[in-house]
Design a binder for this molecule. Structure first.
Ligand SMILES: Nc1ncnc2c1ncn2[C@@H]1O[C@H](COP(=O)(O)OP(=O)(O)OP(=O)(O)O)[C@@H](O)[C@H]1O
Length: 505
């Protein structure tokens, strides 16, 4: 469009030079639009004649002798090139014809007319007659093109935001589905489900890092189930559970005769995962020699079964998990750094249960429902004392320990009844006994010293009672029901004694 404008001005109106200047979208700058010239001016810089025309909206004709006044504006001078004696520099504003402000200037055309043309009456007639019409037509077309461009850009942006909305919706839908297996309402579990949903949309290698029993396997299964590979298998292996020499043949498979005992061909897990997902649990325990082989497979997708001279291909997606800190293993030269970075494409951390104890209740309910379903039982809910006790438990074995605990309790509960404290007391007391044993040992030393100095038996007994109650309350983190139950006294009696003895916790 600009080329056509300059071409018409040069050919039909004998312009010696023609430059097109536009206003930037933020309205702050004037910039040259010709491809071969790069200059810009601040719209408020009145050292330049361009700012004057932009503000007045009136065409300006500058005689060659008056150019001296604008010499301070070096950019403007260099724009014009050589201007001969008597030549005229014209700056014509191009006004937008649909804008409500009829003086809105869209652009400026700067051109030089030589003295001969300017003094020629035929040129003058032609210029007076056709130039205004040309400018009007040109501005109109240019404006339409700009509108079209704006509409196309807007359409593109709308599409982009629509895609974003669709993507967010898809992730939220997936997260809801994932919640059926990856239970928990804590903020970190919601975030984890979102990460799982995002991971399931790509083929990136996911490295799941966490303590034992937190649900790494559940995370891996959820990623696979929500991915486009879900119709094919999820093939899982625990690298720590299999002896080193067997792990290689399990993964790569072997040909008949590869070693003594290989009486038939065996398909390896890498082959079985073709089209699906391979989950390597406890990858931190994989021997170094196998790590090198795995790295090669990840890079080429090719592998060779033991004893075979033929390379095979497998299109699998890798998920890996570890409960050990791989960085430490790298420092100890027990894990390859290059493999770590290959696995670390999409890292996922699953938080420990003690860092999200809001989830204990919902997980407990989930495991009771599962127990009922699997055992055709009818344990109805969970008593608040059990929840209190659970929230004070540390769960070093994480969700797996909670699941075992609930299943243990459910198996002692009666149909139609909720899960009560006494159904779990055997399990929990075994834990508490170790706490009490620790405290008792400490008390033994102090007690010995105190016994020697007793002079008032009644007050010593009271002190002793008060210590026992305080210790028991501490053990149950201030829960008076549990402390009273453990001491075999009613809760009200314990409360009275606390008031009388001024025991506060
Ligand atoms: N968020 C959860 N929702 C429901 N069940 C869960 C959740 N997290 C873990 N579980 C259950 O807890 C048990 C242990 O989970 P999982 O085997 O996935 O843990 P892990 O981290 O892989 O353990 P390990 O480190 O021993 O391999 C399983 O029975 C699993 O179903």
């Amino acid at each position: 469009m600009i080329r056509v404008f300059c071409h018409t001005l040069t050919n039909d109106f004998n312009a010696k030079r023609c430059v097109f200047i536009g206003v930037t979208p933020d309205g702050r700058q004037l910039v040259t639009l010709n491809h071969d010239i790069q200059q810009s001016w601040n719209v408020g810089d009145f050292v330049s004649p361009l700012a004057h025309v932009l503000q007045s909206g009136q065409q300006k004709v500058i005689n060659s002798e008056h150019l001296i006044y604008w010499q301070e504006d070096k950019a403007f001078s260099s724009l014009l090139g050589h201007v001969g004696d008597g030549d005229k520099v014209l700056i014509t504003p191009l006004k937008d014809d649909v804008s409500e402000a009829s003086d809105h200037v869209m652009a400026l055309a700067v051109y030089v007319v030589d003295v001969v043309s300017w003094n020629n009456t035929q040129w003058q007639d032609n210029w007076n007659l056709h130039f205004p019409r040309f400018i009007e037509l040109y501005t109109h077309h240019w404006q339409k093109l700009n509108e079209l461009e704006k509409a196309t850009t807007l359409k593109g942006r709308l599409r982009e935001s629509l895609n974003l909305v669709e993507q967010t919706q898809a992730i939220s839908n997936k997260s809801d589905l994932i919640k059926q297996n990856l239970v928990g309402d804590s903020a970190c579990m919601k975030k984890l489900r979102e990460q799982v949903a995002v991971a399931s949309q790509s083929d990136m290698t996911v490295l799941i890092q966490s303590d034992t029993g937190v649900g790494k396997e559940v995370v891996a299964a959820s990623i696979h189930e929500q991915s486009s590979r879900s119709r094919q298998s999820l093939v899982a292996i625990n690298c720590a559970a299999i002896p080193e020499n067997l792990l290689e043949s399990e993964l790569f498979g072997y040909s008949k005769g590869a070693f003594s005992g290989a009486t038939t061909d065996k398909t390896g897990l890498i082959a079985l995962a073709d089209g699906g997902t391979l989950f390597l649990d406890e990858i931190g325990d994989m021997p170094l020699m196998l790590q090198a082989k795995l790295l090669r497979v990840l890079e080429t997708r090719k592998y060779r079964p033991l004893g075979s001279d033929k390379e095979e291909e497998s299109d699998f997606r890798l998920l890996a998990a570890t409960h050990v800190a791989l960085q430490e293993k790298i420092e100890q030269k027990l894990f390859r750094q290059d493999l770590f970075y290959r696995l670390y494409q999409f890292p996922v951390h699953v938080p420990c249960l003690k860092d999200r104890d809001d989830d204990i209740h919902i997980l407990a309910k989930h495991f009771i429902a599962k127990f009922n379903q699997d055992n055709n039982a009818n344990v109805v809910g969970i008593h608040f004392e059990v929840l209190d006790a659970l929230s004070q438990h540390d769960f070093p074995g994480n969700v797996r320990e909670l699941r075992n605990l609930i299943e243990f309790g459910c198996s002692h509960a009666n149909d139609g009844e909720p899960l009560m404290y006494n159904h779990l007391s055997h399990y929990l007391n075994a834990q508490n006994e170790s706490v009490v044993a620790e405290s008792s040992e400490e008390l033994g030393v102090e007690e010995e010293q105190e016994l020697v100095s007793i002079s008032d038996l009644r007050s010593a007994v009271k002190d002793y009672e008060s210590k026992i109650i305080a210790m028991r309350l501490k053990q149950f983190k201030g829960n008076r029901s549990l402390a009273a139950e453990s001491l075999g006294i009613p809760k009200r009696t314990l409360a009275d004694k606390c008031t009388k003895m001024e025991i506060v916790l």
